[in-house]
Write a protein that binds this ligand. Structure first.
Ligand SMILES: NC(=O)c1ccc[n+]([C@@H]2O[C@H](COP(=O)([O-])OP(=O)(O)OC[C@H]3O[C@@H](n4cnc5c(N)ncnc54)[C@H](O)[C@@H]3O)[C@@H](O)[C@H]2O)c1
Length: 327
């Protein structure tokens, strides 16, 4: 049986642990917070072995998913330790932003180090960005893709590293334009969300931008879309640049609970939200997706199912005490 080691038992570490357990792996977890031992036992029984001592857990490990602090100093040090404690394992980092070339700098196991970046909440989101550094071996990328597929993700490999990877770069462009349009007084935040949700949101859930524009171009494909419809994109419309030092008006429009803003306690009863209640971020996502029919079920205990990707929806949210994440 294959063995996975989670380094860090926060939101991301617990979520990966559940996926490895579901896939039939032997699972180990380490965290500096000794109190997590009880939470791990309660959540996973004897299926996850926990220790605060990394050295106790590294024997015969096949795959390490690092999910510790988001700091270069931490990543650099932990990968240096892992290099010496494992000889063949894939060493994957969950980092949202730290480039693999930096985490793996001067590391003798650099060819085994790769990024495996999930999106929150990873229990529901099928995406997984696999990002190699300049020294990552092609076999490491292939093995990471295989493992993530086995866990139920739909992973994609990048060819090389770049700040923000892919998802967050696209998200930045999207958010900057959205904020700029609100700041210019073109539209209210709520109406902008409605437009995006009912246009690109629905479309991209099924096709993505390239395929979508291929379909939009008819028999001649994307060439036709670009040449006939998007011909003026280079010059018009000019992308907006938001004023990031004056966001109060945007915040005032967005951070207002409305009748259509699901709260973590609704519609599921509190008990059903046991796991989600540990993380307001996860609970809010889950409630919003559930209320809008994207997933079935209302919370972790209901084991929500992602309509677009049944594989991703087999799992509920599994969160340790104290987890309370930003989006
Ligand atoms: N939460 C998100 O939205 C999200 C999404 C994608 C990627 N990520 C990335 O995943 C990683 C983990 O994020 P998270 O949200 O689970 O963070 P978290 O703060 O919930 O968990 C980090 C855990 O690491 C533990 N830790 C600290 N030092 C340690 C050490 N020396 N050894 C072992 N464990 C140690 C902490 O005690 C904590 O439990 C980060 O790199 C983050 O950027 C987070």
């Amino acid at each position: 049986m294959k063995t996975a080691l989670l380094v860090g038992g926060g939101l991301i570490g617990f979520s990966f642990a559940q996926r490895f357990v579901d896939a039939g792996w032997q699972v180990r977890m380490t965290d500096v917070r000794a109190e997590l031992a009880d939470a791990v036992a309660q959540e996973f029984g004897d299926k996850v072995r926990f220790s605060t001592n990394l050295e106790d857990l590294t024997d015969s490990v096949d795959f390490v998913q690092e999910a510790g602090l988001e700091s270069l100093e931490f990543k650099h040090k932990i990968f240096a330790r892992l290099a010496g404690l494992t000889d063949a394992a894939i060493l994957a980092s969950s980092t949202s932003a730290i480039l693999p070339s930096k985490s793996a700098a001067d590391n003798p196991a650099a060819e085994r180090i790769v990024i495996g970046h999930p999106f929150t909440p990873p229990a529901l989101m099928p995406v997984l960005e696999v990002v190699p550094g300049p020294e990552t071996a092609p076999e490491t990328v292939e093995r990471a893709l295989e493992v993530y597929r086995e866990l139920g993700f739909e992973p994609s490999a990048m060819k090389k590293e770049i700040p923000g990877f892919v998802g967050n770069r696209i998200q930045k462009v999207d958010m900057w334009e959205a904020i700029s349009l609100v700041q210019q007084g073109v539209i209210d935040a709520k109406d902008l969300d409605t437009i995006l949700r009912n246009s690109l949101g629905l479309r991209y859930a099924a096709t993505g931008p390239f395929e979508s524009n291929r379909l939009g171009g008819g028999p001649e494909g994307i060439k036709s879309t670009i040449e006939h419809i998007a011909g003026a994109w280079e010059t018009e419309p000019v992308a907006g640049v938001p004023d990031m030092s004056h966001l109060d008006e945007v915040y005032a429009q967005v951070d207002v609970p409305t009748a259509t803003t699901p709260r973590p306690s609704s519609p599921a009863p509190a008990a059903a939200m046991r796991c989600c209640a540990a993380s307001s971020t996860c609970a809010l996502h889950t409630s919003a997706y559930s209320a809008r029919g994207v997933i079935r079920g209302a919370g972790c205990a209901g084991r929500p199912r992602h309509q677009g990707s049944p594989r991703a929806g087999r799992r509920g949210c599994h969160l340790p005490p104290g987890a309370d994440r930003r989006p």
